[in-house]
Design a protein. Structure first.
Length: 467
């Protein structure tokens, strides 16, 4: 009888343990960070574009918080990517151009010379992946990196190459990340050095979704950090043939290119598969999902209206981007928030969510969004932007910008002028108020210039014109 009692107690203890502890070892919050490439603020149905079909991202917005006034760190890709990986502003990183700057971007009649810029994320910089890996996370990278330089000089590591790929920056695996700013093609074989051919004609977004899903299945019993940085909808304009017909003949406001519309849907379809897998794995209630874009939409591909201009500009069309965050137990489903936020805030939010501390003396250029996601009012510091270059289209003007509350000021380096806009009443930035409100313009300019000095931002220099 004594042995029977002991045995029963042992069984009861085992059953209690089994019910008290989850069957999975993963007790930490998973992070899924999805960033599209060149997706504009109006490139989602949930943002108000009735021409586009994005049911999966729309559903994510209904489950979380959609930010209406979210910004990328830069109007071009590489600076935003570096900023998100480190939590530091592009001005501080001196990564301020989309890859290596090139004389091919410079107008012949320019009056200023852009500053030198880095196109490699140095190994000395501590990345978000390295911080999370050090905290026990499995870390996976899938998609576009564009922070490893051009490697134009064979054998010279200072010009970039595999040494600076994601798997040397804190990620356990790397599918697709390299120095390319866009895929040579969206159809297998992709000619991407870190993505081996698998099935001829397969679409890149589908392949990246497959790799992400397979990796999550293999690592579901660990805390996971998933970086799905899609190449889509960046140029070239290529989409699955089955998605194109429904957009043909619908060109007009909201849709410039039927193939681009299909690229958006293909991206949404792939993201939907990843989100569905999170549900199937039973980890949705323990997974923070963030969806955003690296910069505004390219005007040659999409319709950014009502915003002004697009990729490469400091106007809203170049830097205002979609942002959706679903944090179970923190965010309120279906919420819409108009607080101005930007890329570095996402880094701070992830570190806050995972309770991974900074080392003594370390700081970030963003702030956690947890109070906002919880619905608590919070004071926000001004947002700063620095793009002292011409973009690939050479149609913009080098400058820097600040948004503080409803006002936004742009400082132009070619003639030292400023533009001031009230975004509450002038989202399209049609009415320059610099002359009407000189005190406001002077105050914002002073804040901007102080920030430029504090970050050590590179500034253009005057260029003596040949007589």
């Amino acid at each position: 009888m004594k042995r029977l009692v002991i045995s029963c107690c042992a069984l009861l203890s085992l059953a209690t343990t089994m019910w008290a502890e989850p069957s999975r070892e993963n007790k930490h919050l998973n992070i899924v960070l999805i960033m599209t490439d060149d997706m504009g603020w109006m490139d989602l149905a949930c943002q108000g574009n009735g021409k586009l079909h994005t049911p999966n991202v729309d559903a994510l917005a209904a489950q979380g918080v959609r930010f209406t006034d979210a910004y990328s760190a830069s109007p071009v890709c590489s600076p935003t990517r570096g900023a998100l990986m480190t939590g530091l502003t592009p001005a501080r990183l001196h990564i301020t151009q989309h890859g290596a700057d090139s004389p091919s971007f410079w107008p012949e009649d320019r009056k200023i010379q852009p500053p030198k810029t880095e196109d490699i994320l140095p190994l000395e910089r501590v990345t978000l992946a390295e911080r999370l890996k050090g905290a026990g996370y499995a870390t996976g990278f899938f998609g576009k990196w564009h922070l490893s330089g051009s490697a134009v000089k064979q054998g010279d590591p200072s010009t970039g190459g595999p040494k600076y790929y994601p798997d040397n920056q804190g990620f356990d695996v790397n599918f697709g990340g390299c120095g390319k700013g866009g895929p040579p093609t969206y159809f297998d074989p992709y000619r991407i050095p870190t993505l081996k051919p698998r099935k001829k004609g397969e679409y890149l977004s589908d392949r990246l979704a497959d790799e992400t899903i397979n990796w999550m299945r293999e690592n579901k019993d660990k805390p996971m950090f998933v970086n799905l940085w899609t190449y889509n909808p960046h140029f070239p304009f290529e989409a699955p043939a089955d998605l194109i017909p429904q957009y043909e003949g619908k060109e007009g406001p909201g849709l410039v290119n039927p193939i681009y519309g299909a690229q958006i849907e293909a991206t949404d379809r792939a993201i939907g598969r990843v989100l569905d897998e999170i549900e199937r794995l039973g980890i949705a209630d323990n997974t923070l999902v963030i969806f955003t874009s690296d910069n505004g939409g390219w005007s040659g591909a999409t319709d950014n209206r009502p915003l002004r201009k697009g990729k490469g500009y400091l106007y809203e069309g170049g830097i205002r981007v979609p942002l959706i965050i679903r944090w179970p137990g923190v965010s309120k489903a279906g919420s819409i928030d108009s607080t101005p936020v930007f890329s570095m805030d996402l880094t701070a939010t992830i570190l806050d969510a995972t309770e991974v501390p900074l080392k003594d003396g370390e700081t970030l250029d963003g702030a956690t969004l947890k109070p906002i996601l919880e619905g608590r009012a919070t004071a926000r510091k001004p947002l700063f932007f620095h793009y002292p270059h011409w973009a690939f289209h050479k149609e913009n003007r080098p400058g820097s910008a600040i948004r503080d509350g409803k006002y936004k000021l742009i400082l132009r380096y070619d003639d030292n002028s400023v533009e001031l806009y009230d975004l509450d009443v002038d989202l399209g930035e049609a009415n320059d108020l610099a002359d009407e409100f000189p005190d406001v313009a002077a105050k914002l300019r002073g804040q901007l210039e102080a920030w430029l000095d504090e970050t050590g931002a590179g500034k253009p220099q005057s260029l003596k014109q040949e007589e």
